[in-house]
Write a protein that binds this ligand. Structure first.
Ligand code: FAD
Length: 317
């Protein structure tokens, strides 16, 4: 079996769910080695990585790796690719992950696949391209395959790995230290899961009608433990904050379940959500294009349908 490097996404020492998904995926294709960039890899974190199948954990325990924008992480991975000759490198297909993947591809003269929603034998990836317009099956044919996989592409499954720690010394190059992070601001995320990581997303569009009415969307989301999303029409109208916009110029989500209420399904919105596993639509217009990609559709008024759905879910809890 061959080694597969998995870049760990973590905040304040806490491992993000997407990393456990990547380890699960890597386990089906080889022997996963987790790569931890920065301080904070404590015993609990190491135990978690091992629990989800990491045989090795490379730890670059230095502020230097995280004090500069992205580049030191790409250098760290490039060094590990040179030293360990892994069969592939997996990163999360997040904004930062894709940036790391691109830089790593240049450094190692390798091909890169981003926005993968599945990965199989021979590192053949199911990939969403052209802003989500087309789904294709792709394989890297040059160098070390580097694949950025979208959150929620796989359910994380525990499978004990050895979890052997190996320290890695890092000294970012002068070029990698060109852009220093001077301040980090914590995003207020409240009790709901982070939008791009949530297993369920409930989104509202222009059909919701006002900022106050978004309470209906939030109630349904909370009954399901979901994140709330919004179309650009809703965020432009200031009914919901911009950071929750889903689509080409917003966030890309790929949850197990996406519920779209009062959203017509413009191509720019679809670009951010059409790889969701199951899509449920509530729209009063039977001709709305969003029905083309719906697994289940309700033609009806969201002000009737959504509260009834919330009530029913609450009853069954
Ligand atoms: P509309 O298209 O107006 O649709 C509202 C829907 O609500 C209709 O289908 C209507 O039938 C339904 N409705 C109304 N009342 C009810 C009711 N009571 N019950 C049930 N249904 C009801 N859009 C994004 O979302 N994300 C992006 O990232 C994004 N990026 C863009 C980038 C560019 C460069 C451009 C040009 C556009 C972008 N857009 C984006 C905008 C996009 O083209 C659409 O304008 C937008 O998605 C429309 O939002 P909507 O579906 O909420 O509104």
């Amino acid at each position: 079996m061959s080694e597969i490097l998995v870049l760990v996404e973590h905040v304040d020492g806490e491992i993000k769910k997407v990393t456990l998904e990547l380890l699960t995926l890597a386990r089906t294709l080889g022997e996963p080695s987790a790569v931890w960039a920065g301080p904070g890899c404590g015993d609990a974190a190491k135990a978690k990585l091992a629990e989800y199948g990491a045989d090795k954990i490379y730890v670059a325990d230095s502020d230097e790796v995280v004090n500069y924008v992205v580049a030191p992480k790409a250098e760290l991975l490039a060094r590990l690719v040179a030293d360990k000759s892994p069969a592939a490198v997996l990163v999360a297909s997040t904004i930062e992950g894709k940036e790391v993947a691109g830089r790593l591809a240049v450094k190692t003269d390798s091909g890169v696949i981003t926005d993968a929603v599945g990965l199989g034998e021979g590192f053949v990836a199911d990939q969403s391209i052209f802003g989500g317009g087309v789904n294709v099956r792709s394989r890297v044919t040059k160098g070390t395959p580097i694949v950025a996989v979208r959150p929620n592409s796989t359910a994380p499954v525990a499978a004990a790995g050895a979890g052997a720690e190996e320290k890695v010394e890092v000294a970012p190059s002068e070029a990698a230290r060109a852009a220093k992070i001077v301040e980090r601001v914590k995003e207020e995320k409240g009790a709901r899961p982070e939008l791009t990581e949530a297993a369920i997303v409930v989104s509202g569009g222009r059909g919701v009608g006002s900022a106050e009415n978004f309470a209906i969307i939030e109630k349904l989301a909370d009954s399901l433990g979901a994140a709330v999303g919004a179309s650009r029409a809703a965020t432009d109208a200031k009914w919901y904050p911009h950071q929750f916009q889903v689509g080409q110029t917003g966030k890309t989500v790929s949850p197990q379940l996406y519920i779209a209420a009062g959203i017509s399904g413009a191509i720019q919105h679809r670009a951010g959500m059409q790889t969701s596993k199951t899509i449920i639509v509530v729209n009063k217009d039977p001709e709305a294009p969003i029905f083309e990609i719906a697994d289940f559709g309700v033609v009806g008024d969201l002000f009737q349908v959504v509260p009834q759905l919330t009530e029913e879910i609450e009853k069954r809890k």
